[in-house]
Design a binder for this molecule. Structure first.
Ligand SMILES: Cc1cc2nc3c(=O)[nH]c(=O)nc-3n(C[C@H](O)[C@H](O)[C@H](O)COP(=O)(O)OP(=O)(O)OC[C@H]3O[C@@H](n4cnc5c(N)ncnc54)[C@H](O)[C@@H]3O)c2cc1C
Ligand code: FES
Length: 224
């Protein structure tokens, strides 16, 4: 969670959640974010050398599964939570990376991913980069081609992750999802990030129990 207010202002009061995109041996961490509103706009105005207060890392990340091929499906800026995972998985399993966005500018750091595996595919809705269409089209082709056990990891817009979950479930492939929810405290106190559970036993708290869950824990009929 990054504090975005500055110059002694109290506005915006709430920190904004961002995934750690990359880490370096010297302790540096990087974020990849899209300017969508006030908080991210303020963040984009910060200059080198300025101090940004960060609370984290928070919550629970992806669980690494090594004994099978791993398929990463990223949509839009959801790719920001997948690079570290891809770098770790690359060392121990066959890695397939599928990324999608509305247009080419939606995947600004494509080389970070393409250098990790030959099994790298990209799609854009307008056809400006890679195959024209949705990233779920790439996933459907991939699922026809693969043999043996697989694990899916995904992060992106809710409708995309819902579609990925259904495709995985049809083929009995386990799927981990990294959810986005509006967050306030980031510590499990305010319950602002609650998403209904599939078993109707209450809510999943994205900041503390997640943001990564097994996809079958989530009630996908919930609309944010
Ligand atoms: C676990 C997690 C990881 C994330 N990682 C990234 C990332 O790596 N890169 C990235 O670009 N974005 C990421 N996001 C989304 C990012 O947090 C929001 O885009 C950002 O908080 C918007 O703040 P804003 O003030 O610019 O926009 P606002 O003006 O507040 O709102 C603009 C839009 O962003 C949504 N939003 C606002 N506040 C939040 C919030 N606190 N949490 C979630 N959504 C919000 C609103 O619903 C609205 O649609 C992540 C979200 C979560 C929950
Ligand atoms: S953001 Fe407060 S409980 Fe999750």
């Amino acid at each position: 969670m990054l504090e975005v207010k500055y110059n002694h202002s109290r506005d915006p009061l709430l920190r904004r959640p961002l995934s750690i995109y990359r880490t370096r041996a010297n302790g540096q961490i990087s974020f990849l974010y899209k300017e969508v509103g006030k908080g991210t706009r303020l963040l984009s105005k910060r200059r080198p050398g300025e101090i940004i207060r960060v609370l984290g890392p928070l919550g629970k990340g992806f669980r690494l599964i090594h004994d099978r091929q791993c398929i990463l499906v990223g949509g839009g800026l959801g790719i920001a939570s997948l690079l570290l995972l891809a770098e770790r998985l690359k060392q121990s399993c066959k890695l397939i990376i599928l990324l999608g966005a509305g247009n080419a500018s939606g995947i600004p750091t494509i080389e970070d991913f393409s250098r990790l595996t030959r099994n790298f595919h990209v799609s854009t809705e307008d056809g400006s980069l890679g195959q024209k269409g949705m990233v779920t089209d790439l996933l459907s082709q991939t699922l026809l081609e693969i043999k043996g056990m697989a694990q899916i990891y995904t992060c992106g817009p809710w409708p995309m992750m819902k579609a990925v979950y259904h495709m995985a479930r049809e083929r009995n492939i386990p799927c981990q999802v990294s959810l986005e929810a509006t967050m306030a405290c980031g510590l499990g106190l305010c319950l602002g990030c609650a998403v209904p559970r599939s078993d109707s036993q209450g809510f999943l708290h994205v900041c503390k129990e997640g943001p990564v869950f097994n996809a079958d824990q989530v009630n996908w009929e919930y609309s944010q």
